[in-house]
Design a protein around this ligand. Structure first.
Ligand SMILES: Nc1ncnc2c1ncn2[C@@H]1O[C@H](COP(=O)(O)OP(=O)(O)OP(=O)(O)O)[C@@H](O)[C@H]1O
Length: 478
């Protein structure tokens, strides 16, 4: 997010989430367009936040109700700042089950009159329409998570335990001093739960969706042009100062404020980004959790800069946990795969860009056929694979970034439980990878940059992703 003025939509933050939640649902096609049921669900959903008046004008237009969240967050209708905040909160509270993960807005007697907002919000009908995710990599699995009954007895006490509470409670506290962090680094490798009970209560405490915004510093071009830094960060909010002109050409500044789960300013290091985003969910990967972390933002906003160090840091923590006897004895192993989606085609970044196929199996699960997975027991090996994959990625040049990623890159780290095998197979044996049952998985997605018209050059006309969001988004989904 730079100093140059870019399109600023008051509800831009919610737009990414809304699109993510909605596109997939559309693909599922659970309800026909402009169905009355859809309108009613939409109305109840908005009503749960006291925003029912936004639904009625749209319902009468015959617009597909599945598009309504997007239309709303794009600023449709006369929304006050408070309404925008409420709408944003409503969007943010959607998780993959279509359930609200935090306290719903309590309507006043007037707004709730005669309608039970809870039944609409949690109903299967609602879930079918809103409850799904963008790039649902869980669906790309050819393996199911380890079923519950295979999970061992309550986890044995771990040498890493003392750090649990501290680690999780502090996961948003990026302001603590470097000195303190270095000290805790040495003492507390990764927060880790003491028992199944504690782990499940901790799990509940970790948000299902977390949106973190990182502001980047002004780049060389912006500094050379002496552009103003129009973004201010404070706590978990940011302000965008948008210069505008009145009809009589008087200049004025419009102030837009947004709140997120966390906002990191331009001085924050990649290590701190890791602490706020990925670190808190690492222990849950050992508890049948699949997590996704992706960066979203326009070209040059710092997605690759931010995403690239994260898998390595995560692998360090995963490898450390895997070495504990409780996991080592159960033959838990870490597997890595890395592929990209470029121009609608899939390429394995670790197998000389071998073309991959996406297929649907009998259970209607999408599988990436031919994707190589590599067992990684050492962080150095992870580093080498990541470097190899990054070097194989498709890059190009945009007006805003000379070395722009032109593809969506997906790096997956999967923890698998292996049964006893008689013959010792080679590390990168695909069959061995298949023989393991997935315990949990974390996927890192570095999306191709989206561009404003101004950032688009002739070079990238083929591969550009023309979206119009000025921010770099992080979503942690699990
Ligand atoms: N927080 C930051 N601190 C310092 N430099 C940054 C930061 N964010 C981005 N940069 C620099 O800005 C440039 C563009 O960053 P990057 O390539 O990560 O953008 P991107 O969002 O991945 O772009 P694209 O979508 O075009 O691939 C790089 O030179 C990067 O080093």
């Amino acid at each position: 997010m730079g100093g140059q003025l870019q399109q600023t939509n008051a509800a831009a933050a919610a737009a990414a989430t809304a699109t993510a939640l909605y596109d997939h649902a559309s693909a599922g096609g659970s309800l026909g367009p402009t169905s009355d049921a859809g309108d009613a669900v939409m109305a109840r959903w908005l009503q749960s936040a006291g925003l029912q008046h936004l639904a009625s004008p749209l319902a009468s237009t015959g617009i597909d109700h599945r598009l309504l969240p997007n239309i709303l967050v794009q600023g449709y209708g006369a929304q006050s700042a408070e309404e925008k905040q409420r709408l944003f909160k409503l969007m943010r509270n959607l998780n993959f089950n279509g359930e609200s993960v935090s306290e719903p807005y309590t309507p006043t007697a007037q707004t709730s009159a005669g309608v039970s907002y809870s039944d609409g919000f949690y109903s299967p009908e609602f879930r079918g329409d809103f409850g799904a995710g963008l790039l649902d990599l869980h669906a790309m699995d050819d393996t199911e998570l380890l079923s519950e009954h295979v999970i061992p007895e309550p986890f044995d006490p771990s040498p890493l335990m003392p750090g649990v509470a501290k680690g999780l409670e502090n996961d948003f506290n990026v302001t603590r001093s470097r000195q303190h962090r270095e000290q805790t680094d040495a003492d507390l490798p990764v927060p880790f739960p003491t028992s199944e009970k504690e782990s499940s209560s901790k799990e509940n405490n970790v948000a299902k969706i977390k949106v973190v915004v990182r502001k980047r510093p002004l780049n060389k071009k912006e500094l050379a042009r002496k552009e103003d830094d129009i973004v201010t960060v404070y706590d978990n909010a940011l302000t965008v100062l948008e210069p505008k002109l009145k009809v009589d050409l008087t200049a004025y500044v419009e102030k837009h404020e947004f709140c997120f789960d966390a906002v990191l300013d331009e001085r924050v290091t990649n290590d701190e980004v890791y602490r706020v985003t990925v670190e808190p969910i690492i222990p849950t990967i050992f508890q049948r959790t699949k997590a996704t972390c992706f960066a979203y933002g326009q070209t040059g906003s710092g997605k690759t800069f931010t995403m690239q160090p994260l898998p390595l840091r995560a692998a360090e923590d995963l490898v450390r946990l895997l070495r504990q006897p409780v996991y080592h004895n159960q033959r838990f192993k870490l597997w890595l795969s890395f592929f990209e989606i470029y121009g609608g085609k899939l390429f394995d970044l670790l197998s000389e860009r071998k073309k991959l196929c996406m297929r649907e199996d009998g259970r209607q699960q999408v599988c990436i056929v031919g994707l190589q997975e590599f067992e990684v027991s050492d962080v150095q090996i992870v580093k080498e694979y990541i470097e190899r994959g990054n070097a194989a990625r498709s890059t190009g040049s945009t007006g805003a970034n000379e070395e722009s990623s032109r593809s969506h890159a997906i790096l997956q780290l999967a923890v698998k439980k292996h049964s006893e095998v008689k013959d010792s197979r080679r590390n990168n044996d695909v069959n061995e990878s298949k023989s393991g049952k997935v315990v949990g998985k974390i996927s890192f997605i570095d999306l191709a940059g989206s561009e404003r018209g101004a950032d688009t050059t002739d070079n990238d006309r083929q591969t550009r992703y023309p979206l119009f969001e000025p921010y770099s988004f992080f979503l942690l989904l699990f």
